[in-house]
Design a protein around this ligand. Structure first.
Ligand code: ZN
Length: 623
């Protein structure tokens, strides 16, 4: 029975400040009509956006991203390139000042016809003019009337854009000669979620957007071939390799432009690219998904792009099996001519370079379809949840489709992390992606340390449980904005283990793991091994003992605060589960019922999945 009086009193007193912990998310329905002038690289568009406020808040302001404005001299992005210790090599060029060579921001000297811009006019809310103020890469809108919880409103606006010479990601006429890489090109409503507004300026890092539906019409010179997000609605009118088989498409001579009509359901971004010289191939992926490949007609790399097609199909099969089915009807791998970047239903990647690079970048960017474009965590705040988990799936998937598999395909990530942890430069993973002093430290934190969150979770709960966790995480949080706690809870729900300590230590601190074999002592006919925890971060312990006679056995020391016993990861070797080791005790004694002379070698974590920053003290070898 409950104390009804107390409950009633508390509910009454706290009603005004009650914490709302139930999940909600905003919803957008975009309609855009765009005309691209391929001579001036300028475009004009109209946007109508139906915004659904599912939050418990009344909104009086909204914010849009105007990403193109970053590519202007004096922008925050330009300033950041000039002040960060290790600017991205793609965003600088080298110039001579006296006798010394210095790196100069490529944005700094862009001419007016080379910069990017995106300006909004005629902003209306339900037909009423609202005040819209451009502040760098953000548009701040003071609404004509408040948007109440659980209500809809319609925003309409006109926009004028200029595609910048490509500096990063989006842009025109890049080094590989791709004419239009149209990422982050339209006024994009910023996300408002349970944490509040995420109107981050575009400085360097990645994106967070509102889930919804896009209906986009792009009018462009009829010689251009497009690829991108969404499903082409008028494929038999457009042709260019999109038409149904057997259909011949002839564009009437008088039609100098074509209007491409795309619909993209349940995405949080819309991206496209266009070029006159794209070759367009289509491969059938699993579950009848069309995988489009658009790449320049260049004999140097055509063969690589042909070879890439069956590999991409295989990778999608592995990703489907590992995490969950790709939920859209198409995916496009598009030569965008700069690095690699993931977008909804597509990626823009470098087209040149060697085979391994092309396969690797495709494996990575397509893996982002799961970790970012379906499980859309906030990349600015938790870059490790998309870059790290994507890197995990990339390495796992590439190993699965390789002719010769390796035991641990994640060793590269460990190397990067060990360097960073021992460098003194590490910042907690919870640092905002734009705040890192060095690009290198951001990258290792997000990609490598993020990947290790999962590989080390495999050490904690076992491989089978890790794979179950990924599937549960996907099933429970697809088309949402999962947070670090959500992935941790998925693992807890699958295993029953307590993992809060793991998430905290790993993602919110720079605590490191360092366990050691402190001493191995003869004890009559037995041996006492003293283990020591030197690092701040706790871990359960797998100990492998190899004997001189060629036999071996293993011991497992559970971590008390985890309340969990892992399955034997190597069933071929007999394992003994010992008493748990609680964190506060710096040492632990392990007794082996055999004489010291019979022991050849003792190893802590033979799998190498635990990110012990000083592996040199993890083994004992008999002299
Ligand atoms: Zn990535």
């Amino acid at each position: 029975m409950k104390n009804l009086f107390l409950i009633a009193a508390f509910s009454f007193g706290l009603a005004g400040i009650a914490q709302n912990t139930s999940y909600w998310q905003q919803h957008v329905d975009y309609k855009m009509d765009v005309k691209m002038d391929v001579k001036s690289y300028q475009y004009k568009g109209k946007q109508e956006l139906v915004y659904t406020n599912n939050s418990p808040d009344t909104l009086r302001k909204v914010y849009y991203h105007l990403f193109n404005n970053a590519f202007q001299p004096g922008s925050e992005m330009d300033a950041r390139i000039q002040s960060i210790k290790d600017p991205d090599g793609r965003m600088v060029h080298k110039i001579k000042v006296g006798d010394t060579e210095v790196k100069e921001s490529r944005i700094k000297n862009l001419k007016p016809n080379e910069i990017g811009f995106l300006h909004v006019t005629n902003f209306k809310q339900d037909g009423q003019i609202a005040l819209a103020k451009e502040v760098g890469t953000i548009l701040e809108v003071t609404l004509a009337k408040p948007i109440l919880p659980n209500s809809k409103t319609t925003f309409s606006l006109d926009f004028d854009g200029q595609v910048p010479v490509q500096i990063r990601r989006s842009g025109r006429n890049n080094a590989e000669g791709v004419e239009l890489s149209m990422a982050q090109w339209y006024p994009k409503l910023a996300e408002f979620d349970f944490e509040g507004w995420h109107a981050d300026p575009y400085i360097a890092r990645e994106f967070h957007g509102v889930w919804g539906n896009f209906d986009v019409k792009i009018s462009i010179d009829s010689n251009y071939i497009l690829g991108g997000s969404g499903y082409l609605q008028n494929k038999n009118e457009i042709g260019h390799g999109y038409q149904d088989s057997g259909v011949t498409v002839v564009h009437p001579k008088k039609n100098k432009t074509l209007t491409w009509h795309f619909i993209a359901p349940m995405v949080h971004d819309f991206t496209w690219a266009a070029d006159k010289e794209y070759i367009h191939d289509v491969a059938k992926g699993p579950n009848n998904v069309d995988i489009h490949f658009l790449y320049k007609n260049n004999p140097k790399y055509i063969q690589n792009w042909k070879n890439l097609q069956p590999k991409t199909v295989q990778l999608m099969e592995v990703y489907n099996k590992t995490v969950g089915n790709y939920p859209y009807k198409q995916y496009s791998v598009i030569q965008g001519g700069d690095g690699g970047m993931e977008y909804a239903m597509c990626t823009l990647i470098l087209g040149q370079g060697d085979w391994d690079g092309l396969l690797g970048v495709t494996a990575h960017e397509m893996a982002h379809s799961w970790f970012q474009h379906v499980l859309a965590s906030n990349e600015s705040k938790h870059g490790w949840m998309d870059e790290g988990f994507t890197s995990f799936l990339e390495d796992y998937g590439l190993n699965e489709i390789a002719e010769t598999k390796v035991e641990n395909p994640f060793t590269g990530a460990y190397k990067g992390y060990f360097w960073m942890a021992n460098s003194g430069k590490e910042l907690p993973q919870s640092t905002h992606a734009d705040r890192f002093d060095e690009n290198r430290v951001y990258s290792i934190t997000s990609y490598s340390k993020g990947e290790l969150f999962l590989t080390q979770l495999m050490y904690l709960i076992g491989k089978e449980n890790l794979l179950k966790t990924l599937k549960k995480y996907y099933a429970d949080f697809k088309f949402k904005h999962p947070t670090p706690n959500d992935v941790k809870r998925s693992a807890e729900r699958v295993t029953g283990a307590n993992l809060d300590w793991y998430l905290m230590d790993w993602s919110a601190t720079t605590n490191t793991i360092d366990y050691a074999i402190k001493d191995v002592k003869e004890n009559a006919d037995a041996t006492t091994v003293t283990l020591e925890r030197i690092g701040r971060m706790p871990m359960p312990m797998d100990v492998l003992v190899e004997y001189a006679d060629g036999t071996s056995e293993s011991f497992y020391i559970p971590l008390r605060m985890m309340s969990f016993e892992k399955e034997n990861p190597t069933p071929a070797i007999k394992r003994t589960v010992l008493n748990d080791w609680a964190w506060a005790y710096p040492t632990y004694e392990l007794n082996i019922t055999k004489p010291k002379s019979s022991i050849k070698k003792i190893t802590l974590d033979p799998s190498g999945l635990m990110a012990d920053v000083k592996p040199e003290n993890n083994s004992y070898i008999a002299k």
